[in-house]
Design a protein around this ligand. Structure first.
Ligand SMILES: Nc1nc2c(c(=O)[nH]1)N[C@H]1C(S)=C(S)[C@@H](COP(=O)(O)OP(=O)(O)OC[C@H]3O[C@@H](n4cnc5c(N)ncnc54)[C@H](O)[C@@H]3O)O[C@H]1N2
Ligand code: MOO
Length: 635
């Protein structure tokens, strides 16, 4: 089967035409009647009018006595008036006012006499301290107009006005159909080739957060008839259907054909990335949206194409996204053909908002979890340079970005532990760490993009760590080097060391597949240095050019069997239950620029580094030595 031709229609045009097509087919809000006490957050279908007045009788607004105002007119401080028991009625707040009374005097303004009479020293104005009939709501008055979201106070006003049921816009029901032979229900021990079904959980959480109901249907295998049957059923039962995966041009990508046979396809292919193979379909008034299988692509398609339909249905006001200007820390290259959505991590360093692009992979769902914002690169633009000021749509509150400690540099799992401890200590503080290697960290500090950088750079001249690099890259000072931990570096190999790797030079043995770290990382510099010292020709090492960005990703490659050996730290080997051949202890320190030193985030982190809790945590991870964490190292 050949590949189908996909359209490349601009997003805004697709969105507009899709809604128009749906509306012409009868798409739009449906209503239901519900008890008022369950209506908070719902949208009124039509105006709500009061059936009765509130209050529906004249009520005392105070604790005191009801009187006839004219019998008090002559009362002053010097000429008090005494009222006999038959001239007043003792009552409490909310009590009805007797017909022959027209004012209330507060209990603290009366003097009780022994004979049951009372004396007052001021005249009561007619209707003082009395809540008149309809003071709050008058019968027949409009309590809420149409298409208003019901607030807690509005529920009270409606019940007071005698309204016990209202007609609201029914939540649209979104049916979600996961498809694919390889997709299995979530479990903890998937076999190679199995993919755990999580898109259904992501999409249902998203649509629920926008006010819709979600129904996730059972996973359907890649069988045309079965998919068609399930889509037909979902279209009968729901208002909107998300048909997940099978959207592109593969052998078993049936979505577009299924939708076409059941209804129609307006567009297959939108000029957005991720998300280009989206299918905009319908069956009469029912939405059938073909959403790509990759989770990130799916999230973007649902946010960009389904959310506007849910908003239209719910008569919700258009969402007001917040955009901020931020400095891009790395270049973003984009194809001219598509509008691109790039997830970015953000932080505020030295008063400037920074945006660091996250993984662009459509399968990297964690990039969305980590993202503080989305950089939207318009169609027709080739991208942006590092250092350029760009406009970013915020996903995180601005306040969080101002309270985030930005750490860029060498990766170590202890940074995650520090992030956890910092946030436990003060729930307003966060850490955002990007792993670009020790040299990358030094450069980020030089460019003013980070509050802190993790660094472990070996000076091959004298075997010392970090200090020589600080002197070289910060000749005028301006930074402090803070002691953190000593780390056991070594070779990670599969459990039982099947290839009998004993020493560093064994990475060049025949049949051994090495996995390396990226250039500029301290571990790579160490590996290069050891190759030189042990006379290992890097060209003879299988996989020396295969680069991973973190210790844990190197360990994961070995654990999965796609590589046999890699350099890394003990804690990563332990995490993946790998064997470990120790090579050396290195110093992992933190570089802090002077401008960041006094920020609450840096000070809180230094406090944690010096704590017993940190020492205990680090020693429990294994493979670390802890000497003087948090102390400034003289340069
Ligand atoms: N030859 C071509 N191949 C691909 C093209 C193309 O134009 N030509 N487009 C690529 C793009 S772009 C995208 S996006 C994907 C779209 O994939 P499909 O919608 O066809 O989905 P599948 O191939 O079936 O699945 C892709 C991938 O998604 C994950 N997945 C699927 N369902 C779930 C689920 N319920 N829960 C979690 N994860 C799920 C899974 O990793 C699949 O491997 O196609 C490219 N290919
Ligand atoms: O559109 Mo795909 O969603 O680029 O990855």
């Amino acid at each position: 089967m050949g590949f189908e031709y996909l359209t490349n229609v601009p997003l805004a045009q697709a969105r507009k035409e899709y809604l128009e097509r749906l509306v012409s087919g009868g798409f739009g809000s449906k209503t239901e009647t519900i008890p008022v006490f369950e209506s908070c957050g719902r949208v009124t279908a039509k105006a709500v009018y009061a059936h009765i007045c509130a209050p529906h009788y004249a009520a005392s607004a105070m604790d005191g006595v009801a009187v006839s105002a004219k019998e008090t007119f002559s009362a002053t401080e010097t000429t008090p008036v005494t009222l006999k028991p038959d001239q007043f009625l003792v009552l409490d707040t909310g009590d009805p006012i007797p017909e022959d009374k027209d004012a209330v005097i507060m209990v603290e303004d009366i003097v009780k006499n022994g004979d049951g009479s009372i004396t007052i020293h001021a005249a009561a104005a007619p209707w003082q301290h009395i809540r008149q009939i309809g003071e709050d709501v008058c019968a027949g008055e409009m309590i809420l107009p149409s298409h208003m979201t019901v607030s807690p106070a509005a529920i009270g006003a409606m019940i007071a006005g005698g309204v016990l049921e209202i007609e609201v816009i029914r939540k649209p029901v979104v049916g979600i159909i996961p498809t694919g032979d390889e997709i299995i229900p979530p479990c903890t021990d998937p076999k190679p080739g199995d993919i755990l079904e999580f898109n259904g959980s992501i999409f249902s959480a998203m649509v629920r957060s926008w006010g819709a109901e979600a129904v996730v249907y059972p996973i359907v295998p890649d069988k045309f008839d079965q998919i068609k049957e399930m889509v037909a059923k979902a279209a009968d039962e729901c208002d909107m259907v998300i048909l997940n995966a099978g959207s592109s041009a593969g052998r078993e990508d049936f979505s577009a054909r299924v939708i076409r046979e059941l209804g129609e396809v307006l567009y297959h292919g939108i000029a957005i990335k991720p998300g280009k193979p989206a299918i905009l379909g319908c069956r009469g008034e029912k939405v059938i949206l073909g959403v790509p299988g990759y989770p990130v692509s799916g999230i973007i398609v649902i946010e960009q194409l389904l959310k506007p339909l849910i908003d239209h249905w719910l008569k919700a006001p258009a969402a007001t996204d917040t955009y901020v200007n931020a400095t891009l820390t790395r270049p973003v290259v984009s194809g001219l053909k598509y509008q691109e959505f790039v997830r970015v991590r953000m932080g505020c360093v030295g008063g400037r908002l920074m945006a660091s692009p996250l993984s662009r992979g459509s399968g990297v769902v964690s990039s969305f979890m980590k993202a503080d914002g989305i950089l939207e690169v318009p169609q027709g633009l080739e991208g942006y340079e590092a250092g350029e000021e760009v406009s970013v749509r915020l996903l995180s509150p601005l306040e969080k970005l101002h309270n985030t400690l930005v750490i860029i540099g060498s990766h170590d799992p202890l940074l995650d532990e520090l992030a956890d401890m910092l946030h436990l200590e003060d729930s307003a503080l966060y850490i955002s760490s990007s792993h670009v290697g020790s040299m990358g960290g030094i450069m980020a500090i030089r460019r003013g993009e980070a509050h802190m950088a993790g660094c472990h750079l070996l000076d091959t001249a004298d075997g010392s760590y970090n200090k020589a690099f600080i002197r070289k890259y910060f000749p005028k000072g301006g930074v402090k080097l803070v002691s953190c931990v000593g780390r056991q570096q070594g070779l990670m190999v599969a459990k039982g060391n099947p290839l009998q790797i004993r020493k560093f030079a064994d990475i060049a043995k025949d049949g051994v597949r090495y996995v390396n770290r990226q250039k500029g990382s301290g571990t790579r510099i160490l590996a290069d240095y050891l190759c030189m010292r042990e006379n290992v020709d890097t060209a003879s090492v299988y996989g020396y050019d295969r680069e991973e960005l973190t210790h844990t990703s190197v360990a994961a490659q070995i654990a999965s069997g796609s590589a046999d050996v890699g350099m890394g730290i003990y804690s990563a080997a332990k995490l993946y239950d790998l064997d470990f051949i120790p090579i050396c202890i290195e110093e992992y320190d933190l570089i802090v620029p002077d401008h960041a030193w006094d920020t609450p985030m840096v000070q809180a982190l230094l406090h944690i580094l010096k704590s017993d809790a940190f020492r205990e945590k680090i020693l429990s991870l294994g493979g670390y030595t802890v000497d003087n964490p948090g102390q400034i190292i003289p340069l």
